[in-house]
Design a protein around this ligand. Structure first.
Ligand SMILES: NC(=O)c1ccc[n+]([C@@H]2O[C@H](COP(=O)([O-])OP(=O)(O)OC[C@H]3O[C@@H](n4cnc5c(N)ncnc54)[C@H](OP(=O)(O)O)[C@@H]3O)[C@@H](O)[C@H]2O)c1
Length: 509
């Protein structure tokens, strides 16, 4: 991560610094002598929080990611990075070579309702076979709660299928089953919070009377680390949850009370959950496909059927309201370490990078100004664009573009950003994603909104001795007729938007 705020962030400093580690009071003792521990899904929400805990407890950690970034070594100092894709079985052997225990935190929810279950099954099956070949001693998987005998939603069913797939091999598998995870950056938390914040009267499906046993992210991480340290948990399945069982309706009411909002909830028979989740997703930063997968599950009870994990790892659970308060406080402090948006959307890893194009994109528009301010100040200022601070100038135009994108099932601008004061490659900024970040000289953003082509925003700071040249270039590549019309239609707005933006970046630096 590159820190752009005045303060140092632990990624650059020391893992203990941030007071973000969760496992200080874990009853188990670290066993770093067990050998290499692999964490898959390290770029995701759970994996990104687990790795620092393992490193802080002295484990030799290897992370498995689909695309390598040098920043991982700064984010997770001392860990090895293996590049592998669980959909390509052959790539897994090198990642698993010499590994004693592997965390399986791979999830393809972003592929959307039609595709994720098949992808998750295939990935798990490839991983199981590769783990057998490489004589891995154990796999630890975090899946979902749900009664197998019930008519589970596709998402919950898929979590169970993955567990069964992993367990069907020779490697001992520990399965932790959790319901809704509450913590800053979690998709479920952001959906709940945004609905409560934005809608005074909210229509809920009747399924909202189902029971759920939410758990805080802290406790999930503690269980994940704890089972690694307690050998007797090998080959076992455990339900994990907080102490409270409540309906989804109660969760919303409790959140409203924490946020001190007077809210009314009406329950209604919802016949088409995909249309309902589409409208819900317009009110939250979470994209439609994820919202739908999660909402489909609210008809199912997701409650712990047993609590045998307590006999190995007994610690006081964080209450629901406290978990919400902690998440809000993290957001207020601008210290959200990982977020659901960390994982790429499906097209992301396939997305063409600007420097991978054979030729420079045929359409571009460039705006620049000279400044006497230092590159460092200019860079800090430009890295603050988007999210809660907006786009500094003509913000309403960006918001309209974001709203149009949401209507067409795009990601929109409401995704915001993980933190306003720090930024790393692959981070989301509204409907952009950071493709390249070079301290004090460059920020390249790739468009993830719905477009009839590919687009980038390229910010550059050129140090010319006495002055600095700050430029912004909008790149656009298309081959379709409609794509060309799109470019020329928006061309006049570019002048309006980008000129003002670049002037504001300079002014605010
Ligand atoms: N978050 C929750 O609220 C919650 C609740 C209960 C259970 N869980 C369980 O916890 C686990 C992790 O969830 P999460 O929220 O951390 O998910 P996430 O943020 O969506 O991350 C998923 C991870 O899987 C990786 N991945 C996807 N496809 C891959 C592939 N083919 N090869 C290699 N890596 C791949 C992604 O890497 P890329 O960055 O390369 O895409 C990403 O790091 C899941 O099993 C989930 O069911 C989560």
């Amino acid at each position: 991560m590159i820190s752009i705020g005045g303060e140092m962030r632990p990624e650059e400093n020391n893992l203990d610094d941030w007071n973000q580690l969760f496992c200080h009071d874990l009853p188990s003792d670290p066993v770093p002598e067990i050998g290499t521990v692999l964490v898959t899904g390290a770029s995701g929400y759970i994996g990104g929080r687990l790795v620092p805990e393992l490193l802080a407890r002295g484990y030799r950690v290897r992370i498995m990611v689909r695309s390598y970034l040098p920043e991982y070594e700064k984010q997770f100092p001392g860990c090895e990075v293996a590049v592998a894709d669980a959909m390509k079985e052959k790539t897994l052997d090198a990642a698993l070579e010499g590994v004693t225990a592997a965390y399986y935190l791979i999830h393809s929810l972003l592929l959307g309702p039609e595709k994720f279950a098949r992808a998750d099954r295939e990935a798990a099956s490839n991983f199981r076979r590769a783990a057998e070949r490489q004589n891995v001693s154990r796999i630890i998987y975090l899946g979902g709660l749900g009664d197998v005998a019930a008519r589970l939603s596709p998402h919950l069913r898929s979590r169970i299928e993955v567990a069964e797939e992993l367990r069907s091999g020779e490697v001992e598998v520990t399965i932790l089953r959790a319901a809704v995870i509450i913590g800053s950056g979690s998709a479920s938390y952001e959906i709940i919070k945004n609905l409560v914040m934005k809608v005074p009267v909210f229509v809920l499906p009747r399924g909202a009377r189902s029971r759920c046993q939410p758990i805080s992210i802290r406790d999930v991480i503690k269980y994940l680390v704890g089972v690694l340290e307690v050998d007797k948990t090998s080959g076992r399945t455990f339900d994990i949850g907080g102490d409270e069982v409540m309906t989804y309706l109660e969760m919303l009411r409790k959140t409203a009370s924490v946020l001190q909002k007077k809210r009314f909830f009406i329950q209604f028979q919802i016949f088409n959950i995909s249309i309902y989740s589409y409208f819900v997703s317009l009110l939250t930063p979470v994209p439609g496909p994820i919202t739908r997968c999660l909402l489909e599950g609210i008809k199912n009870d997701v409650v712990c059927r047993e609590d045998s994990i307590k006999s190995y790892l007994d610690f006081p659970a964080i209450e629901f309201e406290e978990a919400i308060l902690r998440a809000l406080s993290r957001e207020e402090q601008d210290r959200v370490r990982t977020r659901w948006s960390n994982a790429y959307p499906p097209s992301h890893e396939l997305a063409m990078k600007l420097d991978e194009l054979e030729n420079e994109p045929e359409y571009s528009a460039r705006y620049g100004i000279s400044s006497e301010k230092s590159s460092e100040h200019l860079f800090r200022s430009l890295c603050r664009v988007g999210g809660a601070e907006g786009w500094f100038h003509n913000n309403w135009l960006w918001r309209i573009r974001g709203a149009i994108d949401r209507i067409f099932m795009g990601v929109g601008t409401s995704r915001g950003r993980r933190e306003s004061a720090s930024l790393g490659p692959h981070d989301v900024i509204d409907f952009w994603r950071v493709e390249k970040l070079e301290r004090n000289s460059k920020m390249l953003l790739r468009a993830e909104m719905k477009l009839p082509g590919m687009a980038w925003l390229d910010f550059n700071i050129d140090d010319r001795g006495d002055t600095r040249r700050l430029t912004i270039t909008a790149w656009y590549h298309t081959t379709s007729f409609f794509g060309k019309i799109y470019w020329y239609f928006f061309y006049p707005f570019h002048h309006f938007i980008f000129k003002g933006l670049i002037e504001q970046i300079e002014k605010r630096s």
